[in-house]
Design a protein around this ligand. Structure first.
Ligand code: GDG
Length: 730
């Protein structure tokens, strides 16, 4: 039976040395709870760094044995690994760039080398226990290379990847010197998850801009494998936070807090020490409030917990010093005999104290500069069983996308934050309850178990999608079936699209002319008396005439508006008109005027807007705009708007590759039909021809064709192969 393996940098456990042995304490974090339902079952496993250095093999074995009792498996890291892979590459390159602090990044080659080595260490640990039909779920930015490293060994294994921190705009991501390797390896996963739609969007645009890959909505096809990119906003263990206020220890702590802060409104702030959390700006906003509204002196306190984190890194130490200074400065300026404005603690607190604080706080102030999600905001909401209290939330936190009934602020705008604090302090109980109820229902519905379930369901769905596409891959394996049918047939018809099928995609349309190799293949193919070869293209008939009229083949131009049978003249499809062009042309010209790199191609019965040379992204934007505009203008003109590969074609509705191909099929009986094409227009042929035809999509996206080939080179190889077998046979 297949098992599930979870991998993250850190195992969800704390290990202590005790009397020459080791003691374990499970982590109580939300992720550990959510994934507990998975990794604690049967043979399933969680692999990660145990957070402790083992100096001897004996120590390693002891730790390993202890962890294996609770389905955990350690990857031991050396002090060098920690300082280069973890503190270095993960926290001094990826963390700052992904949190939009790119100027803090230190692009050290040694960090990168270590990052690669440690990701390979994790891969080795996975390979020790993984089998090809297992499900692998990799977590977070420390292990971006792991999906690709595992995929290289097990090409068909199921791999999910989830990133807990933001994915930045491609303009920031591209600053990283090793961006290509990072993206390629992330694409080793089948499903790539982020907290928000914006992160997913940024990732898709980074891949399509930096790698030669295409995306269709949220599916990126990489090495013939569809990779799905989606947002899965992570939730918390809401039940735990809802029930804790009823526990005796929490009740006692709340009572103690009440005694100490009797008569004061409490604004709560809890974060790890990090420049992404906006702690200094928050203090500034509180300072501003006291400065501008002295009536709040002796009325409100800021209870601020900063949990120690990474403070061996100089940047973090500096931040800590600045927070110390600023908190001290506010206190020294405003404190009175009975009142201290900022209660600042640089330490972590117990879970029960955390719950007591969530319960005590009239306002929870969460103002990160950037945060993948931010669980503190959700924990505060879940803890407010009375439905009172106000959450002030930064629009830069992932959770702001869901918690829309909070007071949403820009964390850089200190006056907006201080105004929000005042609004919160003065909010009526009714309004508090209205807002908090809505917030609580969101947090309760999208909880951590729900998150794990929808992620896993989607991962299975992606695998099914890949399986369904795999049938089409079979052109390699079906080659013998194809050859068998080909040899058996007495009368064959072969429809060949031109651009993208027989030749590669060129930046200039006129550069994509046929070469000697192609002529040779077509000549050979057409020389077999059993073959009827038809080039069926959207190109102008004049161009196709120039290129192919000397070959013993039929030609269909402009998607069927013009046809030419061997030894005959060109015939125009009757009943077509082109007066409509004078209305459409000015519209297209307007678009060309404001879209550098685009141009118009005029054919007898169609107009084409080309944008293959337009800046990535802008072209698609203009194409969408243009399609919307044209929809109205073309409605009553019997025209069709046809989006293709970096083109939009406007043509008579009567002109259709499928319809014209059928005419050929009606004229003669064929016992072998093959059709190849790469874009939307070819789908009409795939649908029109008999179901047992060999329909082949070039490029491998979702299609009505039965098979696919990767590119024009594979097409040529296949066609050349067919000419050989028939000549050998006869
Ligand atoms: C990363 C992403 C994303 C905090 N202080 C204490 C304490 N905590 C707990 C909180 C909360 C957790 O730590 C902090 O989680 P956050 O989400 O707020 O932030 P990061 O640690 O930066 O987490 C973040 C998250 O991954 C999950 O995907 O949301 O965006 O940066 O659970 O309660 N717990 C205790 N004492 C403390 O003093 N016991």
């Amino acid at each position: 039976m297949s098992k599930t393996i979870i991998i993250s940098n850190r195992l969800p456990v704390k290990i202590y040395e005790n009397n020459g042995g080791y003691e374990l304490k499970r982590s109580e974090g939300g992720l550990a709870t959510g994934l507990g339902a998975i990794y604690q079952q049967g043979e399933n496993m969680w692999i990660g760094w145990p957070g402790i250095e083992a100096h001897t093999n004996e120590a390693k074995e002891q730790i390993k044995a202890k962890l294996s009792l609770i389905n955990l498996c350690p990857v031991f890291l050396s002090p060098d690994d920690i300082s280069n892979y973890y503190e270095g590459f993960s926290n001094e390159v990826l963390w700052p760039v992904f949190h939009y602090h790119s100027t803090y990044a230190k692009y050290e080659k040694t960090y990168w080398e270590s990052y690669k080595e440690v990701n390979a260490k994790f891969r080795d640990a996975v390979l020790e226990i993984a089998e090809p039909d297992d499900i692998i779920w990799v977590h977070d930015y420390q292990l971006l290379l792991l999906p690709g490293l595992i995929r290289a060994v097990y090409p068909d294994i199921t791999i999910g990847f989830f990133q807990h921190i933001p994915f930045p705009s491609s303009e920031l991501f591209r600053l990283i010197p090793w961006r290509i390797e990072i993206l390629e390896n992330m694409l080793g996963a089948d499903l790539i998850g982020f907290h928000t739609f914006d992160d997913a969007r940024h990732f898709i645009s980074a891949t399509t801009r930096l790698l030669p890959v295409h995306s269709l909505s949220n599916v990126i096809t990489y090495n013939d494998r569809p990779v799905v990119v989606e947002s899965f906003p992570m939730g918390i263990d809401n039940k735990k936070f809802e029930s804790m206020p009823g526990e005796e220890q929490v009740i006692n702590q709340v009572n103690e807090l009440k005694q100490s802060f009797d008569g004061f409104k409490m604004v709560l702030s809890i974060d790890r020490l990090d420049y992404s959390k906006g702690i200094l700006q928050r203090l500034e906003a509180f300072d501003l409030l006291l400065q501008q509204y002295p009536e709040y002196v002796e009325k409100v306190i800021l209870y601020m917990i900063v949990v120690p984190s990474r403070d061996t890194v100089p940047r973090y130490k500096e931040l800590r010093d600045e927070i110390d200074k600023m908190a001290g400065n506010i206190n020294s300026r405003y404190r009175t005999l009975n009142w201290l404005p900022v209660h600042y603690y640089y330490r972590s607190v117990t879970e029960s104290m955390l719950s007591a604080l969530y319960n005590m706080a009239d306002v929870c102030l969460v103002t990160p500069m950037r945060d993948g999600m931010n669980l503190v905001s959700k924990e505060y909401v879940a803890s407010r069983t009375s439905d009172t209290g106000v959450l002030i939330l930064s629009e830069m936190a992932g959770s702001a996308k869901e918690l829309i009934d909070a007071l949403i602020v820009n964390p850089n705008n200190t006056s907006e934050i201080s105004a929000a604090i005042i609004q919160a302090l003065n909010m009526s109980v009714e309004e508090q309850q209205q807002r908090m109820k809505k917030l609580r229902s969101v947090v309760s519905k999208f909880n951590i178990r729900h998150w794990v379930k929808i992620y896993m369901d989607k991962l299975n769905e992606v695998k099914d999608l890949q399986e369904s596409m795999k049938a089409k891959h079979l052109i390699r394996d079906s080659r013998s079936a194809l050859e068998h049918e080909y040899l058996k047939a007495g009368k064959r018809i072969i429809f060949l699209d031109y651009d993208g099928t027989l030749v590669g995609f060129q930046p200039e349309i006129d550069m994509a002319f046929p070469d000697e190799d192609l002529y040779e293949i077509l000549k050979q193919l057409a020389s077999d008396p059993a073959n009827h070869v038809v080039i069926i293209s959207g190109r102008k008939h004049e161009t196709l005439e120039e290129w192919f009229s000397k070959l013993p083949i039929d030609i269909i131009a402009e998607h069927g508006a013009w046809t030419k049978k061997q030894h005959h003249d060109w015939i125009q499809l009757p009943g077509l008109y082109s007066q409509w062009k004078q209305d459409i042309l000015p519209v297209l010209e307007r678009y060309v005027d404001r879209t550098p790199g685009s141009f118009i191609e005029e054919k007898s019965f169609s107009l084409v807007f080309h944008y293959r040379k337009v800046e990535e992204g802008l072209g698609d934007l203009r194409a969408n705009e243009l399609m919307n505009d044209l929809r109205f203008i073309t409605a009553d003109k019997g025209l069709q708007i046809l989006p293709g590969n970096k083109v939009i074609e406007i043509k008579n509705i009567e002109v259709n590759k499928g319809k014209i191909a059928l005419r050929w099929l009606e004229e003669q009986e064929y016992d072998f039909v093959m059709a190849m094409g790469d874009d939307h227009t070819d789908e009409d042929i795939f649908k029109a021809v008999p179901g047992d035809s060999f329909t082949i999509k070039i490029g491998g996206n979702i299609s009505a064709a039965r098979f696919y080939l990767r590119d024009f080179r594979e097409v040529r190889r296949l066609l050349r192969g067919l000419t050989f077998i028939s000549s050998e046979y006869f």
